[in-house]
Write a new protein. Structure first.
Length: 411
């Protein structure tokens, strides 16, 4: 049994690696085509139906690219579809969500001081929120609001702010921001799966049948693609936020996440304007810096600590009891208190640290038992903690952690 967390952690690593690779592929192709689309030039002697062209040089070769606003007169022999990058990114991301937050719901998803619900209820809330978010957004895009893209974007931002706040009322801070990223990424990938690719398939079918494709399908797909373009950078921030307690573990984490969406707009506006050869709006960088400074300031505001009754603090869950009752727990507790609690504390004593790393606090027996797996992997099986072994943890103490965890999980 004790080998399971090692295997599980490597599986999580493999899926995370896949998620990063597919995400790079999706974001890279998305940014490239947006820049290409905005940079097209209308020149004389373009083929019939062509909207513009661009010459590019890369890797020692020249590329001549032409875009058809609707479609060419006939179906080309070779047609490359850009869709699997999106699908693979979402699927690997959802798998990561299941491995880390669903399988570890008691530790990473549910915060009893926020909303005391069973793990399965929290998981259902998670799944429902991702589905409802897409349905709400999709219906807004199919309404008359689609004729006013600016108003639609403002409404989308309001929805995202509401979800940011809502998630913090249900999950841990870490899970809240991660879910906001998953909520947004689900909208983006669903745009590709349910709208952009099906519309392109309709155009292809019309070409094969000798019919003139309706330009409305391209217009609809373009709107969704534009939304994806502006949402990409905030999603990247939210997916990385679980490594930074100042982002997820502070009082105004929902507001920080909301401001990050505005930063995504200012940054993308600069590049989109530049690629369209309409100038370089440098004010966007000033706005981005101001937003970032505001975010940093919000993260410095201390959150009021929840009042915990003594009886509640002493109560251990069955999961925690498994490790608290295992042989060697008392010695492990002394080691963790002596080697780790100066950083992993509600009030951090280590110079330069504002909050506990990854929000992990190890001040009580219950907290140490709850984080048994992480202690085992980070300070027992590996030497990742303490960083640089700054507190001089002895090899015998690491072995003691290993023996304790494996004794608790042996069965």
């Amino acid at each position: 049994m004790y080998a399971f967390p090692i295997i599980w952690d490597w599986m999580a690593f493999a899926v995370r690696w896949l998620h990063v690779i597919t995400g790079i592929a999706w974001i890279g192709s998305s940014f490239y085509f947006v820049a290409l689309d905005l940079g097209l030039r209308k020149v004389p002697n373009l083929p019939e139906g062509a909207h513009g062209e661009e010459w590019q040089v890369h890797g020692g070769g020249f590329y001549h690219i032409q875009k058809y606003l609707v479609a060419p007169e006939r179906m080309p022999e070779h047609l490359v579809w850009f869709k699997w990058e999106s699908y693979a990114t979402w699927l690997s991301g959802f798998t990561m969500l299941a491995i880390v937050y669903y399988a570890g719901a008691d530790l990473f998803l549910v915060d009893r001081h926020v909303l005391d619900v069973p793990s399965w209820v929290a998981i259902l809330i998670s799944l429902a929120s991702l589905s409802v978010g897409w349905l709400l957004y999709d219906n807004l895009c199919k309404s008359k609001l689609a004729e006013n893209p600016t108003t639609l974007m403002v409404l989308l931002f309001i929805i995202l702010v509401a979800m940011a706040w809502g998630y913090t009322q249900v999950f841990t801070g870490r899970a809240a921001l991660l879910h906001l990223g998953a909520f947004t990424a689900t909208i983006m990938s669903a745009n590709v799966f349910f709208v952009i690719i099906p519309n392109q398939k309709i155009v292809v079918a019309d070409l094969k049948a000798g019919r003139t494709p309706d330009p409305k399908y391209g217009k609809i797909a373009k709107l969704r693609s534009t939304h994806n373009n502006y949402l990409t950078l905030p999603v990247l921030f939210l997916m990385l936020s679980n490594h930074y307690p100042l982002a997820f573990g502070t009082q105004y984490n929902w507001l920080i996440a909301s401001l990050v969406f505005l930063m995504g707009v200012t940054i993308r506006h600069y590049f989109n304007t530049m690629h369209a050869r309409k100038g370089e709006p440098r004010w966007t960088w000033l706005a981005t810096v101001v937003l970032f400074i505001l975010i940093a300031w919000l993260s410095s505001i201390s959150a009021p600590q929840p009042e915990v009754e003594e009886e509640e603090a002493a109560e251990l869950s069955p999961f925690e009891m498994q490790f608290a009752s295992a042989e060697g727990f008392s010695d492990v507790t002394d080691t963790v208190m002596g080697r780790c609690s100066m950083c992993h504390a509600s009030e951090v004593f280590w110079p330069g640290l504002h909050t506990a790393p990854k929000g992990v606090v190890l001040e009580t027996e219950a907290q140490i038992a709850a984080h048994a797996r992480e202690i085992y992997l980070q300070a027992g099986r590996s030497h990742a903690m303490p960083p640089g072994n700054v507190t001089d943890i002895e090899p015998s103490e690491r072995q003691m952690i290993v023996d304790w965890y494996e004794a608790a999980t042996r069965g």
